[in-house]
Design a protein. Structure first.
Length: 132
């Protein structure tokens, strides 16, 4: 997955944290590396599958709504809470500047990419392996 809307904040937080304090990359972004999902499906025994990127457009009314939605709960809240309120404000302003390329008429618009996979496992291979 390529979740630009989330990764913009995530990467900014990780750059500011000492390496020993950085949490692992959330599961939501772990299969986005080229070929990773295909490899996992092959290793699981799927002989036929399709992985087709799906573009998802995320619209936010303005930067403050984008920040609020992404940081008040969920996977970005915990690492953000490691910072003091004044450092959080500095990080917010850094992300505000980084988000400028995504501004359109005052709103923020991100193109995120999901990687849905459609695997097909043959009944014959499942039967011969004793799983039926």
């Amino acid at each position: 997955e390529n979740l630009t809307s989330m990764h913009l904040i995530w990467e900014t937080l990780m750059e500011a944290l000492p390496e020993a304090e950085q949490p692992p990359l959330p599961r939501i972004g772990r299969l986005g590396a080229p070929g990773k999902l295909e490899t996992l499906l092959e290793e699981a025994g799927f002989e036929q599958f399709e992985v087709n990127p799906l573009l998802l457009t995320f619209h936010f009314e303005d930067f403050d709504s984008y920040w609020k939605i992404n940081t008040e709960a969920g996977l970005l809240k915990e690492p953000l809470d490691l910072f003091s309120p004044s450092d959080q404000e500095k990080l917010k302003e850094k992300v505000r500047k980084l988000s400028q390329p995504f501004q359109k008429s005052g709103a923020l618009v991100f193109q995120n990419e999901a990687l849905p996979g459609l695997p097909v496992k043959s009944v014959l291979s499942a039967h011969s392996s004793g799983r039926l």
